[in-house]
Design a binder for this molecule. Sequence first.
Ligand code: C2E
Ligand code: CA
Ligand code: CA
Length: 647
Amino acid sequence: MVSVARIRGAFTVDGTDPELVRSQMQAFGRQIPLLYFMLVINTMAVAITHVGCAPAWLAVYTPLALCAFCLIRCVRWWFFRQRTLTHEQAVPELRKTLWLAGVMGVTFTTWAALLFHYGPAYEQAQVAFYMATTVVGCVFCLMHLRAAAFLLLSIVIGSFTIVLFAAGRPVFVAMAVDMLFVGITLALIVHLYYRNFSSLESSKRELLASQAVTQKLSDDNFRLANIDSLTGLPNRRSFFSSLNALAEQGTGETATFHMGLIDLDGFKQVNDIYGHSSGDLVLKEVGARLLELADPAIFFARLGGDEFGIIIQRRLTEDELDRLGQTLCERLSRPYTIGGNTAELSGTIGWAGLPPPSVSVSDIFERADAALYVGKESRRGTAVVFSAEHEHRVRRASLVAQELKAASLDAELYLEFQPIYDVGAHSVVGFEALGRWRSPKLGQVRPEEFIRIAERTDLIRVVTEVLLRKALAEASHWPAHMYLSFNLSALDISSVPRARRLLDIVQESPTDAERVHFEITETAVTRDFRQARASLSLIKQVGCHVSLDDFGTGYSSLSYVHRLPFDTIKIDRSFVAEVDTDVASAKIIRSVMDLCRNLGLECVVEGVETESQCEILTSLGGRVMQGYLFGKPMPADAMLAFQLNAV
Ligand code: C2E
Ligand code: CA
Ligand code: CA
């Protein structure tokens, strides 16, 4: 039964595999015109030699009709040989070809069998030869459609061997045997060829499929490596690789690009008030708004946090750059609707301007950063183009970074200590350690400057560790009731392991952890609220205290006070400077002091310079203060004399 099914299968068109059908059509479509052409020539040759010895209907009209049909088919296939059929069109076409092969096989065999009886021996042999050669030719042309080749072969060889056997002459019988064996051999060749053909097709298909899978994997990898998953914009890596490529193409006169940085104003506030998921929604929306302005020559990327990068791949005048900046700022300052709330944000942009000749990518970035810095300081929500007046800032930053990297930090970094004074008790309660750097080349560098650059170059880790060790060593000589207040940078609390290292240093030192207060600014906390909270909790666990520094200079300070484990709030000196002239400052200070009392927090007022400020602050409820009035930051060796005087 199995073999019957297989035999039947060999004689039918299998239309289940669209790829195989397509290849079959392509392969034999090109050979069919040849098949008909050969058929016409061979038939005409036989017909002509039989004119006169066979009746006209058999020697003239029938072959003419057959040849006319063949010519029509030949022309049709010739014109259609290049067309591409759909699977739905190709399968019926294959079936029609199979059916036609059968019909034509029967027709031509019948015609030749009838003709065979008319001629003398030579003509008879010619008919036999015609049948044998023509069928071989046709079968080769139909090789890609095995069913048609088999059908034709069985009809022609089957019936013609019978005709030859029936003729009874030994020559014809021998020819019949020949024909039978040639037919069987041919069938075998067709079968093998077809099997190879179809398995080649399927392996070609598998190869293509596996190529597609590999391509998809590599596309996915490329996406993961180059796309920011939150906004769908290209990421930092992709931004810098584009920037590098453009810078390589040319800077100076040959430069054809501009680069800019966007920093959101008010984003941290949104994160704080509405939570991180809302912050994420805002970033997505920012990404979408930027994309609306993207075109093949304008490329936006998310560089991290709320910082985005722009690359424009064409030369713009300063006015055009300014206009584009304004459009971007206008888009970014439209209200953001998140979960039924409306948030107001804006974006400040720093343009690097046209890069000068032979400038590096990091210099271009520094330029945009310098322009952004100026924008953030004085023109929030606008675009600032880098100009000569910013040049000095960039040069200085790269010089300081270079020197800091080369510095022997242990030798060059040192501390000054500023007393923290309890006005009520008339005593020093602690000292704030303030980092100092004396560079052999640059001289004294302001702490704000070197700390900011250390943060950017990630040298801050070592800077903080060196300073902390020195501060703890110093504090171990102080009276036991005095605490050490030590400033941490945002990066120091940006991950729990980092905070852990600092706490290890505290625990290894002779100074008790309870005597160490870590000062953290609001901006440090807003950078990554979750990580900051985890680090602060760890700091508290080992017994150290946590102070919120520069209170009032950030955004929505009050919410942090509730949500983070602070012990102390340090009111920024900007409020104190105006306390005796500005009623508002006094009111703010009073309300912060009330807040501290209610929450059971210590309050330190910073920057007290005059007696009158001190009096007003005392009348507002202030008790612990810090400022030049009580003592300027002093070197460690001056402290002993100071303490003795104070006691
Ligand atoms: P800060 O933490 O707010 O430190 C207080 C700053 O105010 C100090 O400036 C101090 O000298 C100054 N100051 C104190 N009393 C008065 C006053 O009565 N009037 C005026 N006008 N200023 C006063 P300094 O030492 O230049 O430090 C500046 C900032 O640099 C610090 O501000 C702090 O943010 C940062 N910093 C300093 N040392 C370190 C450190 O070791 N690590 C980290 N991460 N940051 C540090
Ligand atoms: Ca401080
Ligand atoms: Ca401060």
